[in-house]
Design a protein around this ligand. Sequence first.
Ligand SMILES: Cc1cc2nc3c(=O)[nH]c(=O)nc-3n(C[C@H](O)[C@H](O)[C@H](O)COP(=O)(O)OP(=O)(O)OC[C@H]3O[C@@H](n4cnc5c(N)ncnc54)[C@H](O)[C@@H]3O)c2cc1C
Length: 346
Amino acid sequence: MKNDIIFKLQKLTTSEIKRDVPLAKYTTLKIGGSADYFIEPISIPEMIAVYQTAIENGIKCTILGGGSNILISDKGIRGIVIKNKVTGISYGNKIKINFRKTASHRHEEIHWKTGFIKLTDLDYDEDTQDAVLVKVNSGTSLQLLMYNTLHKGLTGLQWFARIPGTLGGAVWNNIHGGKKFISDFINSVSYIDSYGKQQILQRDNLSFDYNRSNFQNSNNLITEVGLVLQIGNKNKAMVVAEEWKKRKSDQPYNSAGSTFSNLSEEDKLNYGLSSISAGYIIDKILGLKGFKIGKVKISENHSNFLETELGATSADALEIINTVKVKAKEKIGIDLNLEIVLLGDF
Ligand SMILES: Cc1cc2nc3c(=O)[nH]c(=O)nc-3n(C[C@H](O)[C@H](O)[C@H](O)COP(=O)(O)OP(=O)(O)OC[C@H]3O[C@@H](n4cnc5c(N)ncnc54)[C@H](O)[C@@H]3O)c2cc1C
């Protein structure tokens, strides 16, 4: 990048524009190479100005949220990496909404451990029309947001307890917890498009589906999210949050969450499988639980999670991913879809 452009960008942000920044520490897998340039904007106007200027000058930008769903190449990322540090929650007035039943068409993994609340008590819709529109800056931590809203008596995010990352990353992949999707609670999303223009779209125009949103086919930068949260049963919601934290307590944090997407019910039937779970396929059909290359291994606790140790590389992680894909294709003829996002020069 030419010096005059760096100078121009530096004038737009209070964050120092750094060169050759190792990115591993910004990811939960703790692996990956360096960013050519690295910026951490802390306000929306700053982030917009930097993004617009980069676009005008033909410089590629990559957005990092909490880094909990990504695998960064050992060769790093070219152009500018924007680490989103724009946080903030603002609560609007009370509004009336039509009763909305959430999507609830997901089939969750079945937990049979004792001491857990019955699954049937873990899926419900609030029976109230009273709600609040909450505007959230996209760099806000999802867990902080969940506790903040629950403490105010606004429910909905309890299904996503213990999921790391920012709200921007959660929207990008339409995260799922229990039988809910984050999109069940979204009203609108504000973003900057690839021409540097500020845009806003309502939930129904964002092509949300399982692990899917239309942000994945674009270079748009999500800046703010409008959520509709009901004034619901706070105590019940808190119990649900604690229950999900307990159920997920053995999921390793030195991972990037689920490596592969679970199957659809249709695929389960077509391939004659007894579960939609990618973890079930990796463990019970491919026998790859605990499989290790270098310092990366398929978790003993959750076969759909990759765990890293100090000294791990992205090349090792990618080799495990490819091994699983090849074996799944050979043994059952299925193409597993990667849920983790690959960033940088692979
Ligand atoms: C222990 C563990 C448990 C997990 N459990 C779950 C789970 O139960 N359900 C689930 O769905 N996921 C789960 N995940 C995956 C992950 O936490 C979520 O996908 C999370 O929402 C990712 O958010 P992030 O901010 O970390 O995004 P990142 O990993 O930083 O980024 C993911 C993608 O989103 C893009 N992105 C991020 N922010 C923006 C933005 N503001 N604008 C545009 N693009 C953006 C990035 O460029 C990247 O392509 C888990 C992960 C871990 C480590």
